[in-house]
Each structure stands twice: as structure tokens, then as C-alpha cells.
Design a protein around this ligand. Structure first.
Ligand code: FES
Ligand SMILES: [Fe+2]
Length: 399
């Protein structure tokens, strides 16, 4: 017999242990994760409105790879490795900017067209003839889905973003995300934890009642998480009937308009989608956002995200968006602290692993997705660091 947590079926006999503690502090394992989890899975880079005009570009570093997203003179958005074909410099150094009609490498001045082809080397007569395509910027997989730009450094086990998100497309389409515009740009923040500790906290709402007073006030009595299935999870909450003990929540509930273009069930709801391995979308009636985390090292993680709004936003929507931002900022600070405590405990000899509630089934299902790609994390005790890569390859070939 299976029990039901809200609408979600949780098998009775599921294994309540999370990943063993060594997985959160192993440099060799991080290299395996880069290979099988980060380089070959879709990453949200930004929204089309972050690069609205020809020449607008944006860069993003992920596990030693460098992405450059640029809108061409023809209006097409393309993605490339931000690696000069001469000697590997960054072709553009800034996180965001605009170039007139070419990208000029800051090292020796090779010039690239906005479609990535090489326009020319500096001092061209010092080289043999250079083929404009062969020496063009190396393209990256790019997919635009509902206005979000996704990139992938290498093809991998995931299908297209559209296929991944197909089960939720009808619900998400209501928000008209492709027409939205940026608010304060893309934020980033470095946190002293392993990336999985960030994801573990985000994958369950069991901690909301205790750790997030504002969220608990806003929607604590209705919040529920659905597990990861084929790389996507969903969490849903509607405002509590008596929300408003806190100033920001009271005013948010009072001011937030109920957009007519959303169906009834979404007009007073915050909906979150978890995108394996490391991203999430949050949909609110007045704004939407993405957030994600990238490992910088085993114990350091870059948090990154952005909020988007309706282009014709009303004053009430703007006020609601500000209040939602305040609630979210408070929540993020609380989560950062929780991830630090959880992460550091795994260095203690006394740490004996997780024992998860049915309400944390989302953590388990995320770990299950990881176990499939990185089976070495199924080992309870840490293998020797130098054996981890080969052991993982051997386990993958048996699967
Ligand atoms: S590395 Fe780019 S021009 Fe030399
Ligand atoms: Fe949280």
C-alpha cells in the first residue's frame, strides 16, 4: 500500500537515507559530477529580454566552461564557447554588454562576427589563410523555451527542454513568460557549501514551517512538493486564508492583483518547478524568476538568478513584486544558513546520514536521479579519492 502526501504517491518502502556525507566533500567526486551532471545537462542562462537587441551579449561560467550568448545582426540568439580560437582568451570579459557589430578579443584583437564566424585575425598576413568557419567561435547547444535561454556544453542524457517540460507546459504557458522583461538583472552570490546542500534544502518544503516565517505566513498551510519525475519536480502553494501576521505578507496579499490571464487556481498561488540537476523556476502572479547553483569547488557554490515582470506592469503589480522580493530575500538568507549547518555536519565523525520524512521525498528523488548518473555515490563509505573516477565508470558500465 502507498501513502499519499497531498496529491503525491510516496511508496511505503522507500529508502529514507540521503546521499552519504562523503559525497558533499570529495574533490574527486566533484570532477565526476562536472562530467556527468553539469557539462551535459541544460542550464538556464537568461531570458531573451536580457539580450533584446542585435549585439547584446551575456556570459556565464559553469564548472570551468564559459558560455557566451549573443544576439546576431539577424536577430537570432546564438550561444558559443567564450574561447578565442587564437589562444583561448575570453572573447568578451564582461558578464553582460553590447558590441556594435563584432566581438573583438581583448588579447590580440581577433575579430568575430555576431554569428560567430571569424571576421579576421589581427595582422592577418602573419598567418596562413584562416577559414572563417573553422576558426569561428565554437557553437553551444542552445534552446529557447518560453523565453528562457538554455545552454548545454555537451549533448547528454536529457531530451530537449520542451520535451522535459511538456507535462507542465499548459500550466506554465498561462504566465506568458516569453513577453516578460528583466527587473534588476541577474544576481549572484557565493555560498560556502557544496552545491548539493543548496539543492537538498530547495527540494523540500518540510522546513518551511520552522525556518521560513514569512513563507509559512503566506502559504504554509497549503504548500506541497511533488517528487522529481524525469528531471522535473513541481511545488505548489496558495495563500493561507488568514495570511498576514507579517508586514510584507499582509501587504502582499492585500496589494497583489489577480491577473485575469491566469486561471483561477493560479491567481493566488506560488508555483515552483525544480529542473534537474540544479535549477528552478518560480512563478508568481506578478513576476517569475529562475535560480540555480553551480559548484565553484566542493565547498563553494555560486547562487545565481533573476526576476522578470510583465512589460505593462501596473503600480499594484510593481508593489506586489517588491513585497514578494522582500519575502524571497528573507527566505534566501534563511536557506543559506540552513545549508551551511547541514553541509558542515557532514565533516563530523558523528554524522550518520539523513533520515527523510515523506515530505522530503523530493530530496530522495533528486538523489535517485544523481545515483543513476553517478552510481559511485551509492557507496556508503568514501572510496579512496584516486579510485572514484574509475569506480564510477565501472559502475556505470554495469548499469
Ligand atoms: S587569444 Fe584572442 S586574439 Fe589572441
Ligand atoms: Fe527554504
Amino acid at each position: 500500500m502507498n501513502r499519499h502526501v497531498r496529491d503525491v504517491t510516496v511508496p511505503n518502502d522507500w529508502d529514507r537515507r540521503g546521499l552519504p556525507g562523503w559525497c558533499y566533500h570529495s574533490p574527486a567526486l566533484l570532477e565526476v559530477e562536472k562530467e556527468h551532471v553539469f557539462r551535459n545537462h541544460w542550464q538556464i542562462a537568461c531570458h531573451v529580454s536580457d539580450v533584446p537587441s542585435p549585439g547584446n551579449y551575456l556570459t556565464m561560467d559553469v564548472v570551468g566552461e564559459r558560455a557566451l550568448i549573443v544576439r546576431g545582426a539577424d536577430g537570432v540568439v546564438r550561444a558559443f564557447h567564450n574561447i578565442c580560437r587564437h589562444r583561448g582568451s575570453r572573447v568578451v570579459a564582461a558578464e553582460k554588454g553590447t558590441c556594435k557589430n563584432a566581438l573583438v578579443c581583448p588579447f590580440h584583437g581577433w575579430v568575430y562576427n555576431l554569428d560567430g564566424t571569424l571576421r579576421g585575425a589581427a595582422r592577418p598576413r602573419s598567418f596562413p589563410d584562416l577559414d572563417k568557419t573553422e576558426f569561428g567561435l565554437m557553437p553551444l547547444d542552445l534552446e529557447i523555451w518560453m523565453g528562457f535561454i538554455f545552454v548545454r556544453f555537451r549533448q547528454g542524457p536529457q531530451p530537449s527542454v520542451a520535451e522535459l517540460m511538456a507535462p507542465f507546459e499548459a500550466e506554465i504557458a498561462h504566465y506568458r513568460i516569453a513577453d516578460m522583461v528583466p527587473t534588476n538583472g541577474i544576481w549572484s552570490h557565493t555560498s560556502p557549501v557544496n552545491w548539493k546542500s543548496v539543492r537538498d534544502v530547495d527540494n523540500e518544503g518540510y522546513h518551511v514551517a520552522m525556518a521560513h516565517p514569512a513563507l509559512q505566513d503566506l502559504y504554509g498551510s497549503t504548500y506541497f512538493d511533488e517528487p522529481f519525475v524525469n528531471g522535473v519536480s513541481r511545488s505548489f502553494a496558495t495563500y493561507n486564508p488568514h495570511a498576514g501576521r507579517r508586514w510584507s505578507v499582509r501587504n502582499y496579499v492585500k496589494l497583489a492583483p489577480e491577473p485575469a490571464h491566469l486561471p483561477e487556481n493560479l491567481r493566488k498561488a506560488w508555483v515552483y518547478y525544480g529542473l534537474f540537476p540544479n535549477g528552478a523556476l518560480a512563478l508568481m502572479p506578478e513576476s517569475i524568476q529562475f535560480y540555480q547553483e553551480f559548484p565553484l569547488s566542493t565547498g563553494e557554490t555560486m547562487l545565481r538568478g533573476a526576476v522578470y515582470r510583465y512589460a505593462d506592469e501596473s503600480r499594484a503589480q510593481a508593489a506586489a513584486r517588491y513585497l514578494a522580493y522582500r519575502i524571497d530575500r528573507e527566505t534566501l538568507e534563511e536557506d543559506v544558513q540552513l545549508t551551511i549547518w547541514s553541509n558542515e555536519s557532514m565533516l563530523s565523525e558523528a554524522f550518520s546520514g539523513f533520515y527523510l520524512s515523506d515530505l522530503e521525498y523530493g530530496v530522495r528523488t533528486h538523489h535517485d536521479h544523481l545515483r543513476k548518473l553517478v552510481p559511485v555515490i551509492g557507496l556508503d563509505t568514501a572510496p579512496d579519492e584516486k579510485d572514484i573516477w574509475n569506480l564510477n565508470e565501472a559502475l556505470r558500465s554495469q548499469a
